[in-house]
Design a binder for this molecule. Structure first.
Ligand SMILES: [Zn+2]
Length: 87
């Protein structure tokens, strides 16, 4: 039988949260808008995809990745990737 007090569990959890926060602050999750702009699909560094109805993560006030929980950093689309041929 393992006898772990509530306090020990609380301390462990606080430690876990501190580690997680530290990781979030030091290694952010980069979101890239590298797909068809018509669909507004964003690729996340943790290997997921996310679609916004309008605009991007910044405009939608997303500060953390909803998949991995790390700080969300937007990677701007390189200008040479932009293809605007329906003008
Ligand atoms: Zn992520």
């Amino acid at each position: 039988m393992s006898e772990k007090s509530d306090l020990a569990e609380e301390v462990e959890y606080a430690d876990y949260r501190a580690q997680k926060r530290h990781r979030a602050e030091t290694t952010p999750c980069h979101w890239t808008d590298d797909t068809d702009p018509d669909f507004n699909v964003w690729r996340t560094a943790c290997g997921e995809m996310f679609t916004f109805l309008e605009e991007g993560p910044t405009e939608n006030k997303m500060r953390f990745c909803c998949y991995c929980g790390l700080a969300l950093v937007v990677v701007p689309r390189p200008p040479d990737v932009l293809e605007d041929d329906d003008a």
